[in-house]
Write a protein that binds this ligand. Structure first.
Ligand code: NAP
Ligand code: L37
Length: 298
């Protein structure tokens, strides 16, 4: 047992944003316009406010246009659908992201499915989910895409590897499994009803944890040398930092896992920054497809 390499998602994301910035400059010189991203936030979820602020900031830093729409928590489904129709029709808008979770009185999938699939940079529209599942040209959800870019960078060809995904949400687990299958991994998807979760995890060459349970995956669930991607973002009390202080931890128990794994992503600084970089990447891709521009190498 050794010490795992740390997969530096923050640095990888910074490099990707750099390449996206150059691509945007190139597109502007060639075509005279830049891609535009509209981000819609409903309500005041504190984590969502932070993410949306960072998304807007990084969109501008990459040279693209950012349109932020902040709506009151009491906004009706009808007025949200009306805003989406306007953004669908706006030719300056190449990407539309509605930050989840939405307030309980709004039907999220109905809202997501109202977005023009060609502008669906989150890849949550049923058409994009269907394209991903059937091998089509999908816009791919940002978080799983970020995980895949880190895995490819670390491992190269993924074919034949046994990948275990913990979690089956539409946002992370399912699209992650579809992407790994597309890479010719042998994929096991686990969830809250899985009979022997530690046993399933121990078979993984690649382990992706997207559960939302702080530090649930322990070191003795991990095959020695495996590559571990921790998607979890959990804010927990940190009395060791002082009264009332909190900290972020993943779904993997980093202390024990990093003694067994070959490589592991930290939290923070792992998958989180990749999510936003991939959103920018998807916005460039959506703009190029929609406007008939040549997609720059990223
Ligand atoms: P979610 O919708 O709550 O899904 C959680 C999944 O984990 C479900 O499939 C659930 O199984 C499964 N699960 C829950 N408890 C379990 C247990 N004890 N054993 C096995 N499986 C269990 O969550 P999500 O949206 O996929 O997010 C997962 C985590 O990733 C969260 O910590 C979230 O904050 C984080 N996240 C991070 C990013 C990023 O950019 N880094 C982006 C999105 C989400 P069932 O289906 O059986 O209920
Ligand atoms: N695309 N992403 C999209 N659409 C949504 O509807 N909810 C949601 C979504 N999720 C999301 O934006 N997640 C996310 C999670 C973490 C980060 C960014 C986005 C992130 O930057 N995490 C940092 C720490 C940030 C902090 O200190 O809170 C990290 O290093 O992990």
């Amino acid at each position: 047992m050794g010490t795992a390499d740390i997969i530096d998602g923050k640095a990888f994301a910074a490099g990707l944003r750099e390449r996206i910035g150059s691509a945007v400059t190139e597109l502007k010189a060639k075509y005279g316009e830049v891609p535009g991203l509209a981000v819609v936030l409903v309500g005041e979820d504190p984590a969502s406010q932070v993410y949306v602020r960072n998304k807007g900031k990084q969109t501008l830093e990459s040279g693209m246009a950012s349109f932020e729409h902040k709506l009151d928590a009491s906004t009706s489904e009808e007025s949200l659908l009306k805003l989406i129709a306007e953004l669908n029709a706006d030719r300056a808008v190449d990407g539309i992201l509605v930050q989840l979770p939405l307030p309980a009185h709004i039907d999220s999938q109905k809202v997501l499915d109202a977005i023009d699939p060609e502008k669906d940079v989150d890849g949550f529209h049923v058409v994009n989910a269907g394209r991903l599942a059937t091998g089509g040209d999908a816009l791919v959800p940002c978080t799983p895409l970020g995980c895949l870019l880190l895995l490819r960078d670390r491992l190269g060809d993924l074919s034949g590897k046994h990948a275990v995904v913990v979690g089956r949400s539409n946002i992370v687990g399912k699209p992650m499994a579809a992407l790994l299958l597309r890479e010719s991994c042998t994929v096991t998807v686990t969830h809250s009803r899985t009979a022997d979760l530690p046993g399933e995890c121990r078979r993984a060459d690649i382990l992706v944890a997207a559960v939302g349970r702080p530090e649930m995956v322990k070191g003795d669930w991990i095959k020695p040398g495996a590559t571990v991607i921790d998607v979890g973002i959990n804010r927990v009390d940190a009395p060791e930092k002082g009264d009332g202080k909190t900290k972020l931890v993943g779904d993997v128990d980093f202390a024990s896992a990093s003694k067994v794994a070959g490589a592991i992503t930290p939290v923070p600084g792992g998958v989180g920054p990749m999510t936003i970089a991939c959103l920018l990447r998807n916005t460039v891709e959506a703009a190029c497809r929609r406007r008939g521009w040549a997609m720059p190498e990223l």
